[in-house]
Design a binder for this molecule. Structure first.
Ligand SMILES: Nc1ncnc2c1ncn2[C@@H]1O[C@H](COP(=O)(O)OP(=O)(O)OP(=O)(O)O)[C@@H](O)[C@H]1O
Length: 583
């Protein structure tokens, strides 16, 4: 990102807080104004007292100087409260924006952008921007005011002494300029390495069982060590550059103090410089040392923040591929009948050579129970994902009650379709909260009803706290079948006219699966059920069966018809019967 665009971004982050920022900067200006005024008082005090000494005068000067110094101290505190507060506010808002934005992005985005990397951007990069807006803004403004107010007063006291003492400063700025690009690149490398490491930790913790099953602890340890080593190397390279630059800046700043002491004392001894002027000049040069020496840290904070702006904007600038069309059709509640039609529906995953769905044509009547069967990788889940628009399909290919789904408001479409995916993800909360996830205000009795329909009621009643039992992260305290039936109850609770079950009863025995399907089709409110499965005996109870192969629907019919026809279904059925015999 170009420098000007980064600054523009900073401007947009700061705009909502311009009042606090302005107050903070005004306070800093006052601090520096007082910082220039107090040495002038000291100068006049020393000059007056060196000619006519009086205790009263000493006390008067002391009281004024102490009062002004206290005011300066308070102003400095206020400036920090305002400016650091803005940094914290921006940090809060950025985190909100990132999270909200991530929620809008389609699932495909998260297959190429890993949670570890995204978490690192939403935490450490946001923190860097906070430091930039807090520490770097404060420090830059402070340095600027320090120079702008101090140098003219120094010049009014002695032009040549001022110029001599500031002669080293151009070298200081040159140094900073020469190092800045290198610092930024090294900073970016550190942040990338940090992201890589977070990604590995996140993945390894999620896949801990797999690591143990395949006894891969040693390999994972080595992989971690490599990433950790890379991070250490990147940090050391950065530290080397910083540790070269900062002492150089500090050293140059101290040289200017030495020049004043050397030339000033020579002038005092030749009576060409009053002691008060010398003291004021010395204090001024000392005042400039700190902001100048801090310039290195300020630059690092600034550059770290710049890198982080780029990393955050690379997330925030992604336009969601799946969103509401301009004139989205809104579906009135309880008016959807649940007819699903596909017309030449095709879909190819980004980067794939062959389509996962190829010219699919089908119509599923309202209230019909259709099973979709087929070999592994035939395209069944892809078909299921197209209906709630989890995949970015083209317009005019898929219809709900005759309405093109790409024209329907996304929230309305997704409320009309309940979907139980293959992976029955549960949140780390109570069973009850998991079941009513899609409708958090539903009554307990409704939760119990769907648990019964999903054949889960008896088991929940046996849990220690029944419906209040907390399931562990990803539901690890439940068996696979229990997780699936909880996910099914969750989908049934939202009472959508269309229900898609994607291999959602695979961990449930055939008898239970068949009973659940019977419950679904015998309710008062008939749902269109699309039941994707490898369990052919459960599929056989469906109204119709669609058979998929290589992204196409190759057979459609009732079980009794299909077992009579030569084709894929007959083959799958024979294999299924052999498996049943062998059990
Ligand atoms: N995110 C993805 N990116 C690229 N290709 C994908 C993606 N997901 C699935 N595919 C490919 O699309 C094809 C269809 O996959 P899909 O998951 O729809 O099959 P399936 O019939 O549901 O299989 P299974 O019975 O194993 O669940 C497969 O070739 C698969 O490799």
């Amino acid at each position: 990102m170009a420098q000007s665009r980064r600054l523009a971004k900073l401007g947009t982050y700061l705009r909502p807080h311009w009042q606090d920022t302005a107050l903070g900067i005004i306070a800093l200006f006052s601090v520096n104004g007082l910082g220039v005024y107090i040495p002038l008082l000291i100068r006049s005090g020393v000059d007056t007292l060196s000619t006519t000494f009086s205790l009263n005068q000493v006390i008067r000067y002391a009281v004024i100087i102490i009062s002004l110094s206290s005011a300066m101290w308070m102003m400095r505190m206020a400036s920090r409260i305002w400016i650091f507060g803005v940094g914290r506010q921006v940090e809060f808002e950025l985190k909100q924006r990132i999270f909200q934005h991530l929620l809008k992005l389609e699932p495909a985005y998260f297959t190429t952008n890993t949670p570890g990397d995204l978490i690192s951007r939403a935490t450490s990069d946001v923190e860097n921007i906070r430091r930039l807006l807090g520490f770097a803004v404060l420090s830059l403004a402070n340095t600027l005011f320090a120079y702008a107010l101090t140098v003219p007063v120094m010049l009014s006291i002695s032009v040549d002494l001022t110029l001599a003492s500031l002669a080293v400063y151009p070298f200081m700025f040159l140094l900073v300029y020469l190092f800045s690009d290198r610092l930024r690149q090294q900073q970016a490398a550190v942040q990338e390495q940090l992201s890589d490491m977070s990604e590995l930790i996140q993945e390894d913790i999620s896949g801990i069982s797999l690591i143990k099953i395949y006894a891969q602890e040693e390999n994972e340890r080595q992989a971690f060590q490599k990433k950790n080593q890379d991070l250490l190397t990147a940090n050391l390279i950065l530290a080397r550059t910083r540790n070269t630059l900062f002492p150089l800046i500090g050293g140059l700043a101290n040289i200017s103090s030495l020049i004043i002491i050397w030339l000033g004392t020579m002038r005092i001894s030749s009576d060409s410089l009053p002691v008060g002027d010398f003291l004021a000049l010395l204090i001024y040069v000392e005042r400039l040392v700190f902001p100048t020496a801090l310039l290195g840290f300020t630059i690092t904070a600034y550059q770290r923040g710049e890198v982080s702006i780029d990393r955050l904007e690379s997330i925030l600038s992604v336009t969601p591929k799946i969103q509401d069309p301009p004139d989205a059709i809104h579906l009135a509640a309880n008016t959807i009948k649940g007819e699903v039609t596909a017309k030449n529906l095709s879909y190819t995953y980004p980067g794939a050579n062959i389509p996962a769905l190829n010219d699919i044509n089908l119509t599923i009547a309202p209230g019909e129970l259709v099973a979709i069967v087929g070999a592994i990788g035939a395209g069944k889940s892809t078909l299921a994902n197209t209906l709630p628009r989890l995949l970015d399909i083209k317009a005019g290919q898929l219809f709900l009650d005759g309405l093109d789904i790409t024209k329907i408001a996304l929230n309305d479409l997704r409320r009309a379709i309940a979907y139980v995916p293959q992976d029955s993800f549960l949140f780390s909360t109570t069973i009850q909260n998991n079941i009513r996830y899609g409708d958090p205000v539903r009554k307990q009795e409704n939760v119990v009803t769907v648990a019964r329909l999903a054949q889960m009621e008896a088991e929940i009643n046996n849990f220690p706290q029944q419906y209040e039992t907390i399931v562990g992260e990803r539901g690890i305290t439940l068996s696979g079948g229990q997780r699936q039936r909880t996910a099914l109850a969750r989908a049934m609770l939202i009472d959508a006219p269309v229900l898609i079950l994607d291999d959602a009863l695979s961990s449930v025995d055939n008898q239970t699966a068949t009973q659940i399907l019977r419950n679904l089709s015998s309710g008062t409110q008939q749902k269109t059920v699309i039941f994707i499965t490898h369990q052919l005996s459960a599929a056989a109870t469906a109204d119709r069966i669609m058979v998929m192969d290589k992204g196409e629907i190759v057979q459609i019919g009732k079980h009794t018809e299909l077992v009579e026809q030569p084709g894929l279904y007959k083959k799958l059925w024979s294999q299924h019967q052999v498996q049943e015999l062998l059990k």
